[in-house]
Design a protein around this ligand. Sequence first.
Ligand SMILES: C[S@@+](CC[C@H](N)C(=O)[O-])C[C@H]1O[C@@H](n2cnc3c(N)ncnc32)[C@H](O)[C@@H]1O
Length: 280
Amino acid sequence: MEGQNGKESAGQEKGTSKAELKASYQHFDPALYLQRHYTPPRASFDNKDNVVPWKLGLIHRAFTEGDLKGDVLVDIGSGPTLYQVMSGCERFNRVILSDFVEANRRELQSWLQGKSNSLDWTPFFQHVCKLEGRSPEAWSEKAQRLRSVVTDVLPVDIHQPNPLPLDALPPSGADCLISCYCLEASSPDLASFNKALGHIAGLIRQGGHLLLIGTLEISFYYPAPDVRIPVMRLDEAQVCSSLKNCGFQLQDLSVYYLPQDMHKTTDDARSMFFAKAMKQ
Ligand SMILES: C[S@@+](CC[C@H](N)C(=O)[O-])C[C@H]1O[C@@H](n2cnc3c(N)ncnc32)[C@H](O)[C@@H]1O
């Protein structure tokens, strides 16, 4: 939506346009982001109430309940993270990762090539092995499986009607699309979130699935020391109606409230959602 002066209308913070958000993302620091969001206290396997076991458990359940599997799984806005495809890599022949920021794509490529990495993903692999009823020692087999099924790490822009490069996906679309904390963190307002959801819906085949994770109560985060990204504030009802309006049938919705000891000063996240939906 264009506002005065040709700027897109702002959401949480007046004056923030899609173009300004995109410019801010060019300063995204993968190592700092991983350290802030994927190490203790934000990420812990010792505490069963931590957000990471919560989301890994729901992603695992989403694939096992109803035996969800297929040819292509695509992850939109992967950032520098891998946890979100650790269950799906066992159930799809191909996994496609994607991000808007080149530094994030480089971080993913570096892990895929077995080069140095900003985070040790071993405890995440071990946890998912346990969810699958395997020994945690099978983690390196799982890492190998993931490396062998990821065929591409692509640039993506959810604000484009065709977010991925041409021919990235089969003509009928992906069997399943996962996207975590991307849409609300890169859209200035609800109208732009809904439009972006419509764009990524177009990447899924009819009858395929969407797994969406996002933050509900948040207004900012810092993905680099001096880069404050404003995040639009969503609520549960908006998530449900956006999914319905984009042609999805909701199959599962869970909400997580961050315990006090996980609150930080580098973001003001308070709750998160997980949704599983089928494209009708
Ligand atoms: C909060 S991070 C989420 C990263 C990761 N998925 C996770 O679970 O932690 C938001 C991601 O959205 C990406 N992003 C920003 N603008 C985007 C755009 N226009 N299209 C697609 N992705 C975008 C960023 O590069 C960043 O990796």
